[in-house]
Ligand binder design. Structure first.
Ligand SMILES: Cc1ncc(COP(=O)(O)O)c(C=O)c1O
Length: 380
């Protein structure tokens, strides 16, 4: 599937599983490309597809199937959501964001604050562990807090904060909660009902499916939001927050990818990834010239890490690894706020490597061998 490359770029997007590729192609060949709510068979097939993929997503996320909003990406979904939320906010209202989050769960809130006069308060990481303690978010929640935006797992260093505890504290203060589940969903079983959050986001291209974003919005909230929408769009349900005709082929692929995750079983995925992640982190800790950034251990953590090599820019390391057909990302990876507390340059960031379901021991050994060679060659 991944050719001769050892692929550690899964946090930025995985390869697509065959069943999702086939489902996408089958939809496009089916003659059913049409639109919702028509009087003919192909239109009914579009409605059936929405119902099917919503039910599958409900099963995957432990959430109400009627709350699934499908969009082009999580970033686009967050912009639509926050634009609607902003119509009800003003000066004196507060939003709590975190330094562990991807910018798609920070910048939309900053823009909203700029436009409405609301205030964003940033929960800080523990710089010594790279983790976000629930308490550091909860301490910022007060009577003025209207929304809390927190990641389910860091796409930079994998840390998994206790979002259920944060959600309970926010709700008891009368605030609502958005959990960014994009990096959590491929690596942990998700139970939105147990987390209790009002909005949960995920992107299917991070879990072996097509490029799309799925946002699960608590049904009461979905109806109450003062959304920006075109007049003929539905006045009720997920269609309120969906802009234009959905990508039917993507919906078919999302359904197949979500079924693949369900059938593979999350416990097996966690077990497979944990073995390779332990091999990777132990190997990197054993290389003198390498500094592993963020949590030193694998507890409460998706199998994703960042590291630096003494004397070499992260980009140079990534390029040298690419010469050996090992794919890693460098930079901040959109985890903009996390760079300073992790003691990283705001732009250059660090090298990021993530384990996916298709990562093998051999892939890990190839990365470690390549890093040893790069580290041994000093700053050349
Ligand atoms: C944790 C996290 N949140 C949000 C996003 C944004 O997802 P999308 O590309 O679907 O907008 C990403 C993408 O890398 C991510 O890793």
């Amino acid at each position: 599937m991944t050719g001769e490359w050892a692929r550690f770029d899964g946090p930025a997007g995985t390869q697509v599983v065959d069943v999702a590729i086939e489902a996408t192609a089958a939809w496009q060949r089916s003659g059913n490309n049409a639109n919702s709510h028509g009087s003919f068979a192909a239109a009914a097939a579009c409605d059936d597809l929405v119902e099917t993929v919503s039910a599958t997503m409900g099963e995957l996320l432990g959430a109400d199937p009627g709350c699934m909003v499908f969009g082009p990406s999580t970033t686009a979904n967050m912009m639509a959501l926050t634009r609607a939320i902003g119509r009800g906010l003003g000066p004196g209202d507060e939003i709590v964001c975190t330094m562990l989050d991807h910018d798609s769960n920070v910048a939309p809130w900053l823009l909203l604050a700029r436009d409405t006069g609301a205030t964003v308060r940033m929960a800080e990481l523990d710089p010594s562990t790279g983790r976000l303690a629930a308490g550091s978010v909860i301490d910022l929640i007060g009577p003025a807090t209207r929304w809390v935006a927190v990641t389910g797992s860091s796409n930079a260093v994998g840390a998994i904060p206790d979002v259920a505890t944060v959600t309970a504290a926010a709700h008891s203060a009368g605030a609502r909660v958005v959990v960014d589940g994009v990096h959590l969903t491929p690596h942990r079983g998700v139970d939105v009902a147990a987390i209790g959050c009002d909005v949960f986001t995920t992107s299917s291209y991070k879990w072996y499916g097509p490029h799309a974003g799925i946002m699960c919005v608590e049904p009461g909230l979905l109806e109450a939001l003062d959304v920006y929408k075109v007049r003929p769009a539905p006045d009720s349900g997920p269609g309120r927050l969906q802009y234009g005709t959905p990508s039917w082929e993507a919906l078919a692929g999302i359904d197949a990818a979500a079924r693949f995750l369900l059938e593979t079983d999350m416990d097996r995925i966690v077990a497979h990834e944990a073995i390779r992640f332990a091999r990777l982190i132990e190997g990197l800790h054993g290389i003198d010239a390498v500094r592993v950034v963020g949590p030193p251990d694998t507890v409460d953590r998706a199998p994703t890490l960042m590291f630096e090599v003494d004397g070499l820019a992260p980009l140079a390391v990534a390029e040298r690894l690419a010469d050996e057909r090992v794919a890693v990302w460098d930079g901040h990876n959109y985890a903009v706020e996390a760079m300073a507390p992790l003691d990283l340059d705001s732009e250059a960031g660090a090298v990021r490597a993530g384990i996916s379901l298709y990562t093998t021991d051999d892939d890990v050994d190839r990365l470690l061998d390549a890093v040893r060679r790069v580290a041994g060659s000093g700053s050349g």
